[in-house]
Design a protein around this ligand. Structure first.
Ligand SMILES: Cc1cc2nc3c(=O)[nH]c(=O)nc-3n(C[C@H](O)[C@H](O)[C@H](O)COP(=O)(O)OP(=O)(O)OC[C@H]3O[C@@H](n4cnc5c(N)ncnc54)[C@H](O)[C@@H]3O)c2cc1C
Length: 479
């Protein structure tokens, strides 16, 4: 375990202290520059993109490994070629039933290359073609392959790389088994640096009045240590990165610790949440009939040729439609047949392809008693992803000053009513970077597409000439 990774609360993160992990001690209130609740990709990437002179405290409700980021199988989208922009944009909007916030979709797509190049720089390995370029797979509702992947454990690969990088930062303290229970909201006068970006139109008398008037703002969080002891973490800025809501469902692919805490806390303080009913059900989780987290059979299996079949072995739907449409088709089939599952057949794929592209899925199914190289596997829809969440702007700032929300717990509108497969890791990373930039500079990160040749050079394997340097913090703007 790295030096700055500790279990439970430690003493104060004193001014100038390099690593609070070095301070062992009883539960006590802390103070720092930025507190981040959540250690999935959204929280980790925010920490990495903040300047190194910020003292940061990160909280993980359960074990560090218990985040959905570790579970992502299919991959992460990227705008690999300029010519794909219109199709990628359309696919995302189509899946979202055109309820997506258009600006957010554009920001996500434009920011995708910078994120992938950065991940490669942090050491995340993606599948490559024989000539060393990134290889792309395809999932449902994508009009073409544009998904970077690492076998069927892309999330683990990315999260582990980011976790390793954060663990090496002397300015970050990570507290495991420590839960954010509330946010600290108080009143104080904002500085000019804070007012101007939030209300650029304010000038003269308006600005003077804003600078005199105490404003309700977030000043940190209340937390609970593993032994149940409550303590406060005072911070100039607070980032909620607490993931999804699957822990509230009986059947979900999510970790049970993910219970939508940020949304509950936001609502308690009158901070708006959007689309709390926009919940994605994944069409294909492994059916075992047992309680507990449902194992996901990635959509990329269907993207690579696996088909859904009924009791008699007949296909009954187009497997590459958006998730909500495929889920509805499965539910209808189960109702017609009076069964509690349908089956997924891999017979169009070679044994080699199954074992190399989907080794984790192959092993898990085998453990449950199904050899997918020889027989179909029973599948059933399960709660999977939350498109709603705490309302945020293009920089992941909530309507409450100094309070940000990133990743699955936030709603910047990018997914609309239904998420396009493999857009969520990307969205979490793109908008985490924006939050970090806003916290560090008070300004909005400019939206610029990285030129294709620069992307191709930066996305070459780590260690090779031209690979992206590990992120220097929020000073870097997208190119
Ligand atoms: C099985 C599965 C497969 C998936 N496959 C893909 C895929 O292929 N591509 C893709 O793009 N997306 C995929 N997703 C979705 C994607 O993994 C998630 O949307 C994304 O990882 C969310 O990242 P996050 O950082 O917001 O949350 P998470 O990674 O879930 O992290 C949440 C963090 O918040 C912490 N936390 C929660 N509550 C509190 C609290 N009160 N106090 C302190 N900490 C708290 C948790 O401990 C955890 O550290 C998949 C999801 C699942 C479940």
């Amino acid at each position: 375990m790295a030096e700055n990774v500790v279990e439970g609360p430690v003493g104060n993160v004193a001014e100038g202290t390099a690593s609070a992990g070095a301070i062992a001690g009883a539960s006590a209130d802390l103070s720092c520059d930025v507190v981040i609740a959540g250690c999935g990709v959204a929280g980790l990437y925010t920490a990495l993109k903040l300047p190194r002179d910020k003292r940061i405290v990160m909280l993980s409700k359960g074990a560090f490994e218990e985040c959905d980021s570790m579970l992502a199988q299919g991959g992460i989208c990227v705008l690999a070629e300029d010519a794909d922009y219109a199709d990628y944009y359309r696919d995302t909007m189509n899946a979202g039933h055109y309820e997506n916030r258009r600006e957010s979709v554009d920001i996500m797509i434009q920011g995708s290359r910078a994120v992938i190049a950065d991940l490669v720089g942090y050491g995340a390995r993606f599948e490559r073609t024989e000539d060393g370029a990134l290889a792309f797979t395809r999932e449902g509702a994508h009009s073409r392959p544009r998904i970077c992947f690492h076998a069927d454990e892309t999330g683990k690969e990315i999260t582990t790389a980011l976790f390793r990088a954060v663990s090496e930062l002397p300015n970050v303290t990570m507290l495991e088994y420590t839960e954010m229970t509330d946010v600290l909201i108080g009143e104080s006068v904002l500085t000019e640096d804070e007012v101007v970006p939030a209300a650029p139109e304010a000038d003269g008398e308006l600005l003077a009045r804003a600078l005199r008037t105490p404003t309700r703002r977030c000043m940190g969080v209340m937390a609970r240590a593993r032994d149940g002891a409550p303590f406060a973490i005072r911070a100039r800025d607070t980032v909620m990165a607490t993931g999804g809501i699957g822990g509230r469902y009986e059947h979900s692919t999510n970790f049970p610790v993910l219970t939508g805490d940020a949304c509950r806390i936001a609502q308690d303080h009158g901070i708006p949440c959007d689309h709390m009913d926009y919940v994605q059900i994944h069409p294909t989780s492994l059916y075992t009939g047992k309680p507990g987290r449902a194992f996901l059979i990635s959509e990329s299996c269907r993207g690579e040729g696996a088909v859904l079949i009924d009791r008699d072995g007949n296909r009954f739907t187009d497997e590459l439609q958006p998730r909500d449409v495929v889920t509805a088709a499965i539910e209808q089939k189960m109702a017609e047949e009076g069964t509690d599952h349908v089956r997924l057949s891999f017979e169009r794929m070679s044994e080699h392809e199954i074992r190399t592209h989907f080794p984790h899925i192959y092993e898990q199914c085998l453990e449950a008693g199904y050899d997918i190289t020889k027989e179909p596997v029973p599948v059933v829809p399960a709660q999977h992803y939350f498109m709603g969440g705490v309302h945020v702007d293009r920089d992941s700032l909530t309507p409450c000053p100094n309070l940000y929300a990133v990743g699955e717990t936030s709603c910047n509108g990018v997914h609309g009513k239904n998420r396009l497969a493999s857009n969520s890791l990307l969205e979490a990373l793109v908008f985490a970077r924006r939050a970090a930039y806003r916290i560090a500079t008070g300004r909005s990160l400019p939206v610029r597409r990285m030129p294709q040749d620069v992307f191709e050079r930066l996305a070459s394997a780590p260690g090779e000439k031209g690979a992206a340097p590990a992120g220097p913090g929020a000073r870097d703007e997208e190119v």
